[in-house]
Design a protein around this ligand. Sequence first.
Ligand SMILES: Cc1cc2nc3c(=O)[nH]c(=O)nc-3n(C[C@H](O)[C@H](O)[C@H](O)COP(=O)(O)OP(=O)(O)OC[C@H]3O[C@@H](n4cnc5c(N)ncnc54)[C@H](O)[C@@H]3O)c2cc1C
Length: 197
Amino acid sequence: MIYSEQTPIRFNDPLPTDVDVVVIGGGVVGISTAWYLAKHGVSVLVCDKGRVAGEQSSRNWGWIRQQARDPAELPIVIDSINQWQTIANELDENIGFTRQGVLYTATTDQQLAEYERWLDVATQHQLDTRMLSGAEVDQLVGDKPGQWAGGMFTPSGGMRRRSLVNAVYGQFGNQFTPADGAGHGRTHSTRAGHLRR
Ligand SMILES: Cc1cc2nc3c(=O)[nH]c(=O)nc-3n(C[C@H](O)[C@H](O)[C@H](O)COP(=O)(O)OP(=O)(O)OC[C@H]3O[C@@H](n4cnc5c(N)ncnc54)[C@H](O)[C@@H]3O)c2cc1C
């Protein structure tokens, strides 16, 4: 089914009469919020105007990057990557979470010097970030050797290859009420506006 202005997604099913929390948006933020709330016994309704995992959360590249972050962001990013590890362990579905490291490559000494300035921040947060020589980058990348001046590498950086939202929703969706897009076959979609009394 292709949705358009002529064939809009509509919500047809009854909504719960009473919930503790309504989450608007079934992306990674909404679904993980709903999941953590449900785990603590809070009743949750998740509403999406389209489909669960139908927007950014289904099309990103999957990097969970610590390096080169603003210092103010780093504590939450470090906590987040640990949460990803915990969630990945709890899920039945393999979301392809790995900590294989994040690498920034540099083709010029000027770029390298810019990266190097960030090392102080890494040290302050006990990150394992280090500078690599061109030869070390060649070893890691394994493609077209000799083109890199060097790089900055954080071995504890992460990545996930499959959708966390779909995995969480598939496994734990019965713990909260979804009012999502037609893609999941349970309900139809709702806009936040439909909940206004
Ligand atoms: C191409 C690309 C690559 C990316 N790569 C990375 C990466 O490598 N690493 C990284 O950390 N981040 C990356 N991101 C960013 C990351 O995907 C987003 O930060 C994240 O998915 C946002 O999640 P979200 O739940 O806030 O939003 P979304 O996944 O967009 O979910 C929001 C949901 O809210 C719904 N909604 C909106 N308004 C309403 C309304 N009024 N009523 C009901 N529902 C509503 C939408 O339909 C949607 O389903 C990338 C993003 C893109 C686009």
